[in-house]
Design a protein around this ligand. Structure first.
Ligand code: AGP
Length: 608
């Protein structure tokens, strides 16, 4: 997704903007640019491709002197990734420059209106209409012009604006796209997320929708669409800088895989007190929980697959129907959601457009919403009725790993919490599952340590045309995420299917040497999955099994094996996924892929 940054203070702005854009690279982009208020007006430099190109073109920012400016990384939505389409966009009179994260849904009508008024666009972007609107409405009051222009926009935007008539100010506006202000001493910042701020300041102001601000070196003034001042609190950014750095690993993804024991512990530990699950921020009464008729879990991508895996524990323990629904489907589905539905919304970034829309759809229909989210202060975190943070720390790699496992950890906690409140679990089972859950950080570490053969397996399979992942029940839900990991970072085609479905079609694709990853960690149905393995092997498949070391029959049957430690089946997904994350990582490495920033992908899909 696009990212925006801004600075005003005593230092040269350009190097700070370039550094901020580098911190936002993980969001995914295909062009970048900066604009600085110089002594002769607005100086702009923008390029398609990587930020390194921009650094080179501006000689590290030296060619754009000035102490206030804005920057942008663009993930193309309207118009190809070219220099012309890159942001910042400048008004015809050269007085304004704008950067934007989001989508302007009515830009075609606005562009036609602007052309009639003599404001022609030179790019293919939706964003350019914004800077022309500001110019058109400008009559000496910049704040008013920004407010008036914003009032004409429908869609989502986080805006950064500079104007030659205010050489030390930067202006911002927020509507349904994240925008955070960094409070410094004699300098102030803005950015799309905290990773671009933490190296300068830990003091942050989170703007809400329909809020604006003017930043000068010594002041931040937040105001609403009527131009009236708005009181905002300053929050402390808890993330440490090292956590947002690679820490000696070759890729953020590998770092984030191996730090899952710590991340899962951070998600679980603060929520267990005296042998009880305590969900501060999401306390629900026995009456409310006993009155719900169903639970719907909605999300996108890996978050959705975490929901598919967590569903089993909630349904089994609470004895309430639990449905998982892709957010991009739910929002157009006329869903059967009402005040007796609890809608659980999963999101690492808290800014996924479809997930936000599904949350709002559920609230419109009377459901209470529980957000399980990683980014503090994100749109989903603030919009939900109840919010549980996953405390995974910054996840920089586009492909989520600790985001997924910490979401699962919180889902398991919720399952135990709700089952206890509803009186549907006996003490012995509750205590046993709670003890298993508390041990999960160690089990995850074991799963990392007990598969030193994965790099060799990657060498063996990395040239495959496609990889099938199969499993039943909880294993199938993990197969879905395992296939997505393989696809999105190694670019191998991968497909997950329920093992019982094999004979209903997929087996037609099994041919000699076809790799099949067979997940067999659900002790209730091991025999069934093993019969599927015999069927694919009979047709020449090479089976890579994921199972317990104790499952001797499976080990003997498979061509290759990866292991997890013995764990409670209901909670096994949080451990099972780890070898599959590592397999995808090493296959991608063998294929020389850009693992942390896979092609075409963004860390947070803030557009539909
Ligand atoms: C995960 O590896 C993908 N990058 C993607 O599917 C992601 O899970 C999805 O876009 C949802 O993102 P969110 O958790 O930030 O809402």
């Amino acid at each position: 997704m696009c990212g925006i940054v801004g600075y005003t203070g005593a230092l040269e702005a350009a190097p700070i903007l370039l550094d901020g854009l580098k911190k936002l690279e993980y969001r995914g982009y295909d062009s970048a640019g900066i604009a600085v208020l110089g002594k002769d007006g607005i100086e702009v430099s923008k390029v398609s491709g990587r930020i390194e190109n921009l650094v080179e073109k501006t000689e590290g920012g030296r060619l754009l002197p000035g102490n206030a400016g804005i920057g942008h990384t663009r993930w193309a939505t309207h118009g190809a990734p070219t220099d012309v389409n890159a942001h910042p966009h400048v008004s015809n009179d050269g007085r304004f420059a704008v950067v934007h994260n989001g989508i302007i849904e009515n830009y075609i009508d606005l562009r036609d209106e602007l052309i009639k008024n003599g404001y022609a666009s030179i790019s293919e972007t939706d964003t350019e209409v914004i800077v022309h609107l500001i110019e058109m409405y400008y009559a000496g009051d910049i704040k008013r012009a920004v407010i008036k222009a914003s009032s004409r926009l429908s869609g989502s935007y986080a805006l950064g604006v500079v104007c030659t008539d205010a050489p030390h100010s930067v202006f911002v506006a927020r509507e349904r796209s994240p925008l955070i202000l960094g409070v410094g001493l004699g300098e102030n910042y803005f950015a799309s997320d905290v990773t671009a701020l933490v190296s300068h300041t830990r003091n942050a102001i989170y703007l809400d929708d329909d809020e604006f601000a003017e930043l000068t070196p010594d002041s931040i003034t937040v105001f609403n669409c009527a131009g009236q001042p708005v009181e905002k609190s300053v929050s402390r950014i808890a993330w440490d800088i090292q956590a947002a750095e690679k820490g000696g690993y070759e890729h953020f993804m590998l770092k984030e895989i191996v730090e899952q024991p710590r991340a899962v512990k951070a998600a679980i530990a603060p929520r267990i007190k005296d042998g009880e699950v305590v969900l501060e921020g999401a306390e629900m009464s026995k009456e409310y929980l006993s009155g719900i008729s169903k639970i719907v879990i909605t999300a996108c991508g890996s978050a959705y697959y975490a929901g598919c895996a967590g569903r089993f524990a909630i349904e089994k323990l609470c004895r309430v129907p639990v449905k998982t629904d892709l957010a991009s489907e739910l929002r157009y589905d006329d869903p059967l959601i009402d005040e007796k539905t609890l809608l659980i919304v999963l999101s690492q970034s808290g800014e996924t457009a479809d997930t936000i829309a599904a949350l709002r759809e559920g609230q419109k229909r009377g459901a209470k919403t529980l957000a399980i989210v990683n980014v503090v202060g994100s749109t989903i975190a603030k919009a939900a009725d109840y919010t549980l943070y996953t405390y995974a720390g910054p996840e920089i790699a586009v492909a989520t790993t600790k985001g997924y496992t910490t979401q699962l950890a919180v889902l398991y906690l919720f399952a135990l919490y709700a089952a206890k409140k509803m009186g549907r679990i006996d003490k012995e089972r509750y205590d046993s599952l709670l003890s298993s859950l508390q041990a999960m950080p160690r089990r995850i570490q074991e799963a990392v340590d007990m598969n030193p053969n994965i790099p060799a397996l990657a060498k063996k399979y990395h040239k495959s045309r496609s990889v099938f992942f199969m499993g039943r029940n909880t294993d199938y839900s993990v197969a879905l995420e395992g296939a997505l990991k393989m696809k999105e970072i190694s670019y191998l085609h991968a497909e997950a299917y329920a093992a019982g479905e094999l004979k209903h079609g997929t087996i037609a694709l099994i041919e000699d040497k076809q790799p099949v990853v067979a997940l067999c960690c659900n002790d209730r149905i091991t025999e069934k999955t093993m019969s599927n393995i015999v069927e694919v092997k009979a047709r020449g498949a090479e089976v890579l099994a994921l199972t317990y070391r104790e499952n001797k029959k499976m080990v003997a049957l498979a061509d290759d094996t990866m292991f997890i430690p013995l764990v409670e089946t209901l909670l096994s997904a949080i451990v099972e996924i780890v070898p599959l994350q590592l397999l995808a990582y090493y296959v991608a490495k063998e294929n020389g892929c850009d693992i942390d920033k896979p092609k075409n992908l963004a860390k947070s899909v803030t557009v539909e």
